[in-house]
Design a binder for this molecule. Structure first.
Ligand code: IMP
Ligand code: MG
Length: 179
């Protein structure tokens, strides 16, 4: 296993992102931070602990990786509990890969009448993009490699690693399908 982004680098970048988000939402009293389960959880907790603006949190869970790689195949397995109508929504994701998951969720949030919708993603695999997605707050751009740790899994393993790593044997551009 090779460390791609160290714990220190993650902490520093998350702090910078939190400061930027705090400034941008300083005037908002209606922010909802929406995480996509399960991968975004570690990043979301670290980020939100550093925010001082008032906010609510909620979660989506979508279909697992492998079945979300083409348009129309993204399933919502757990929907939000809160209404987003008239709210400022900050969607928080671990990684944007093909972009299909985010494209679907962002469209849904706008359709439901959110006042504003922005995307905050820790990792951006830009070379893998198929659906256009604007990332308003981006942690790191990474190569088209399969990564684990800090919430990201391979068959539900490695989520609790405090850093982002590339698994041995995954150094090619081939992205394995874990399911
Ligand atoms: P999408 O292809 O942009 O729709 O990404 C779908 C989901 O696949 C992401 O939210 C992640 O949960 C997962 N995913 C994409 N790339 C990786 C990776 O390199 N490691 C672990 N999970 C990944
Ligand atoms: Mg995810």
């Amino acid at each position: 296993m090779r460390v791609l982004i160290s714990q220190e680098d993650l902490e520093r970048r998350v702090q910078e992102m939190a400061e930027e988000i705090d400034r941008d939402y300083a005037a908002s009293d209606r922010l909802i931070c929406v995480g996509v389960l399960k991968g975004s959880v570690f990043f979301m907790v670290d980020l939100l602990k550093r925010l001082t603006v008032p906010l609510s949190i909620d979660f989506f869970q979508t279909s697992s990786y492998g079945s979300s790689t083409s348009p129309g195949e993204v399933r919502i397995r757990k929907d939000l509990d809160l209404s987003v109508r008239g709210r400022d929504v900050l969607l928080i994701e671990d990684i944007v890969d093909t972009g299909w998951t985010l494209r679907t969720i962002l469209d849904l949030l706008r359709f439901r009448g959110a006042r504003s919708v922005k995307l905050c993603a820790l990792l951006d695999k830009a070379a893998a993009r198929e659906a256009e997605v604007k990332i308003d707050y981006r942690g790191f751009e990474i190569e088209k490699l399969f990564v684990v740790g800090y919430g990201l899994d391979f068959n539900e393993h490695y989520r609790n690693l405090p850093f982002i790593a590339v698994l041995d044997g995954e150094e090619s551009a081939e992205v394995p399908s874990p399911s």
